[in-house]
Write a protein that binds this ligand. Structure first.
Ligand SMILES: [Zn+2]
Length: 389
């Protein structure tokens, strides 16, 4: 572990994956080896711990909205690649801690009939090329998707600010390097899953794990979390998994298809770095998921006292599920969680942005924890280098 130091800017050929700590949801900025830019989720959940006591404090503070903080974070880091635009925004699923919470007192956009929260807030100041989600353009799987937060996002989606695409499960080229793909032929973003459709690992073929919705009562339909997008990002020997809020709750064994994270992990893994599904909540990061991915590093996008659950953390740390060392990091932890779950003391970091840095040619990587207390990006701890397997 190193001492506090300045964050060394990105250089060409390096892959940087920034898990941004806002305390208000998930948001991960990816700066690719050729300078292609990508954001996975742009969460902005409830504003104040005073009204929602299980939330951590907003990071760096509450005087800007989460989408504004994220836009500033991305802008200053992509400047190292002389970039001012986001090439891809990938929304894993339609929940406020991933896309932005609607509130009638938020400002309206200059560009359309929607309010500024999450990705809409981000796109108000940073141009976005292509937005990819799980249900464009009809937003009707597994049933029509309507609530104030989703309606606000869909109004943003329909604005003329960007191109819109639905994720094509199985594809390895929907999100691709846009500047110098020929220089990095071993870089790939593989679309693993969405809406219960899962890549088989062969070509671009897929298999649907969810039953036909016509056969299900409304209460049995797949949940929004279960429909999350998952992708695997690869560079050289380095592999990274992120799968939104996928879960494994089979309703006490009555519906095995409701464990969607396990089949997705089986086709994805093993990987070097895995993001804990659903913030490490009690219905995710099950034993099969952990055993299939068996990462050297876990990242938890945490913002709530239930992130992670005791069982999810035990699974991540279990030497029965897989052998060898592994390090667990979280972007934020509520103090009472450290008291309630004794093994939280084994986390390598529980506060700050978590930057996974993969220099060329993708044989090793580092984890840098940078401060979320201000916008200095000072490195508070450094881990690795880890060897990619
Ligand atoms: Zn979530």
């Amino acid at each position: 572990m190193g001492r506090a130091s300045q964050f060394a800017p990105w250089t060409p050929g390096t892959l940087d994956i920034h898990h941004i700590s806002t305390g208000r949801g998930s948001s991960t900025f990816v700066l690719c080896p050729d300078g292609t830019t990508m954001l996975v989720d742009c969460g902005a959940t409830s504003p104040s711990p005073a009204t929602v006591p299980y939330l951590v404090d907003p990071k760096p503070d509450g005087h800007r909205r989460p989408g504004e903080w994220i836009a500033r974070y991305v802008s200053r880091h992509m400047a190292a690649a002389r970039r001012k635009e986001l090439d891809y925004f990938l929304l894993t699923h339609f929940h406020d801690d991933h896309m932005g919470k609607f509130s009638a007192d938020l400002p309206m956009s200059k560009f359309g009939d929607y309010r500024l929260t999450g990705i809409a807030d981000f796109a108000e100041t940073v141009p976005v090329g292509t937005v990819i989600d799980r249900a464009w353009p009809d937003y009707n799987y597994p049933a029509p998707i309507h609530d104030p937060h989703s309606d606000n996002y869909q109004a943003f989606a329909r604005s003329a600010l960007h191109k819109m695409e639905r994720l094509r499960v199985g594809a390895g080229n929907q999100m691709r390097l846009l500047a110098k793909p020929e220089s990095y032929p071993d870089f790939e973003i593989r679309n693993l899953a969405a809406n219960g459709e899962v890549w088989t690992g062969v070509g671009e073929t897929t298999r649907q794990f969810f039953p036909d919705t016509k056969l299900l009562a409304p209460a049995q339909l797949p949940t929004e979390n279960m429909c999350s997008i998952a992708v695997r990002l690869s560079y050289g020997k380095f592999d990274y998994f992120t799968g939104g809020d996928m879960s494994n709750d089979t309703s006490y064994g009555r519906a095995s298809w409701r464990d969607i994270e396990s089949p997705v992990a089986r086709v994805a893994g093993p990987v070097d770095v895995a993001v804990a599904n659903h913030h490490g909540y009690q219905d995710a990061v099950g034993a099969e998921f952990v055993a299939a991915l068996r990462p050297r590093v876990f990242v938890i996008n945490g913002w709530d006292s239930s992130h992670p659950s005791s069982v999810a953390l035990s699974n991540m740390l279990s030497l029965e599920l897989y052998e060898g060392d592994r390090d667990v990091f979280s972007t934020a932890v509520k103090p009472e969680t450290k008291i309630a779950i004794r093994r939280m003391s084994e986390l390598k970091s529980s506060d700050g942005h978590i930057v996974v840095r993969v220099p060329p040619p993708g044989t090793h990587f580092q984890v840098l924890v940078t401060t979320n207390a201000n916008e200095s990006d000072n490195v508070v701890a450094a881990f690795g280098p880890y060897t990619c397997t």
